[in-house]
Design a protein around this ligand. Structure first.
Ligand code: NAD
Length: 251
């Protein structure tokens, strides 16, 4: 029997990252569950093991080069060389541009753009050695522009350029690099947005669903499914693409 592919999912303690880690494990990968929050990372790894899968939790800040390198070394020692990377970790700090502090700009760019860059840079030696790999970065429908999200929108638009460039650089090594751009997904992140707007979360979801062609909001599993497609063995000719997972074209 061949050993399972080793996947690393960042921000996998909750939300879309947790759903993606569970999905990739169910599809047969051994999963490194990376998060800033050790408690939630351990819970996701426990969930995977309880379902019969293989997982190892590791704590790291994706914006810190030393922690990123150390986390990959730990996962390589525990599970084997990592060959699938899902750069899911993300944060928002929403404000109109004129009120946006430099700190809020830096925090959002550090986690959403510098983090994926550092993770990609650190995993490249493993991918080149294995001559196979899959990277999925997280953009957002906000990359196209969204009120109060200049920092997030700029970081996510940057992700799409990083993705296309890496696809060109890593293609010769059997590595594909793609991005997913979720629309409105029901997670703690969007619950936080509802709270900030002083709106009931269920009510906000109903409003968003009414403006979405498929007439519902997305669930973490909808995005996990798109990631599972992009990292699949058979997806080797899909690279440099950003897949919008938005329930239809946005108006
Ligand atoms: P979430 O806030 O529910 O979960 C994010 C996870 O990332 C948390 O577990 C958090 O601890 C972790 N994290 C934060 N900073 C980190 C760091 N520096 N290092 C390591 N881990 C860190 O978010 P979510 O809604 O599941 O979103 C996941 C991804 O999808 C993000 O990249 C987000 O920008 C993107 N996205 C979400 C939506 C949505 O509607 N929820 C829409 C478009 C894009």
């Amino acid at each position: 029997m061949t050993s399972p592919r080793v996947a690393v999912v960042t921000g996998a303690g909750r939300g879309i990252g947790a759903a993606t880690a569970c999905r990739l494990a169910a599809d047969g990968a051994a999963v490194g569950v990376l998060d800033l929050d050790g408690r939630t990372a351990a819970a996701t790894a426990d969930r995977i093991r309880a379902a019969g899968g293989t997982a190892h939790a590791v704590v790291a800040d994706v914006g810190d080069p030393g922690q990123v390198k150390g986390a990959l070394e730990t996962l390589a020692a525990e599970l084997g060389p990592p060959v699938i990377l899902v750069n899911n970790a993300g944060v928002i700090r929403d404000r109109p541009v004129q009120d946006l502090s430099l700190e809020d700009w830096d925090t959002v760019v550090d986690v959403n753009l510098r983090g994926p860059f550092l993770m990609c840079q650190a995993i490249i030696p493993y991918l080149r050695e294995q001559r196979w790999g899959r990277i999925v970065n997280f953009s957002s429908s906000s990359a196209l522009g969204n009120r109060d999200q200049a920092n997030y929108s700029a970081a996510k638009a940057g992700i799409e350029g990083l993705t296309r460039t890496l696809a060109i650089e890593l293609g010769p090594y059997g590595v594909t690099v793609n991005a997913v751009a979720p629309g409105y997904i029901a997670t703690d992140m969007t619950a936080g947005t509802a709270a900030r707007m002083g709106m009931d979360f269920a009510k906000l979801q109903q409003m968003v669903a009414a403006q979405t062609p498929v007439r519902r909001v997305g669930q973490p599993e909808d995005v996990a499914h798109a990631v599972a497609f992009l990292v699949a063995e058979d997806s080797g000719f899909v690279s440099g693409h950003t897949l919008y997972v938005t329930g239809g074209p946005m108006r």
